[in-house]
Design a binder for this molecule. Structure first.
Ligand code: SF4
Ligand code: SF4
Length: 178
């Protein structure tokens, strides 16, 4: 049987040219994720950080991405439009070499969750609060390739078989199909 599977891709488009470094995005993100919600505001807890160098007219919003236990061995140096950016400027990782994207008290990594909440928001909070329109939200529906669904199913069945044995797995499946 063919099983079509759709997934929603959430995208925040960043137009750094429009960012004025106001940091409203940092404020609302930290406040929205406070416990209880909106009980405190601390940009150090934000899952978006704005790299600011006003003298060089540099303002880059960067979202917290994956946690990495070890810092990378290489660095990239960017020059864009005559402006030089710090080696780690565009990196989204919560890593040991810098203090961003970490809970200030516990040191636990922070990661943007696109403001997941119930009920869900029409747009993430940082996008709503960016009056300069440097951040805009987009959703796209994509069909997951069928091979991947089958592949995932195979991997899942194999893991179950390794744990319980193929015979037991077959017995269970035949019981379920009755
Ligand atoms: S709210 Fe918008 S303009 Fe302000 S710092 Fe964040 S991205 Fe930049
Ligand atoms: S999308 Fe939500 S969680 Fe992610 S940085 Fe923006 S406000 Fe924070």
């Amino acid at each position: 049987m063919t099983r079509a599977k759709k997934k929603v891709i959430k995208i925040i488009n960043i137009n750094a040219d429009k960012c004025n470094g106001c940091r409203a995005c940092e404020i609302i993100c930290s406040s929205f994720h406070a416990t209880p919600r909106y009980s405190s505001t601390n940009p150090a807890r934000s899952r978006i950080r704005v790299i600011r160098d006003p003298l060089a007219d540099i303002y880059i919003p960067v979202y917290a991405g994956e946690y990495t236990a070890a810092e990378c061995a290489g660095r990239d140096k960017y020059t864009i439009g005559g402006k030089e950016y710090d080696e780690c400027a565009f990196c989204r990782a919560s890593c040991p070499s810098r203090d961003v994207f970490k809970e200030p008290d516990s040191g636990l990594p922070l990661k943007c969750d696109m403001c997941e909440s119930d009920p869900s928001l029409d747009e993430p909070m940082c996008v709503q609060w960016c009056l300069a329109d440097a951040l805009t939200y987009e959703e796209r529906e994509e069909e997951a390739p069928e091979e991947r669904i089958v592949g995932e199913l195979d991997a899942g069945l194999e893991a179950l078989a390794n744990k319980h044995g193929w015979q037991q797995l077959m017995d269970a499946m035949s019981r379920m199909s009755k």
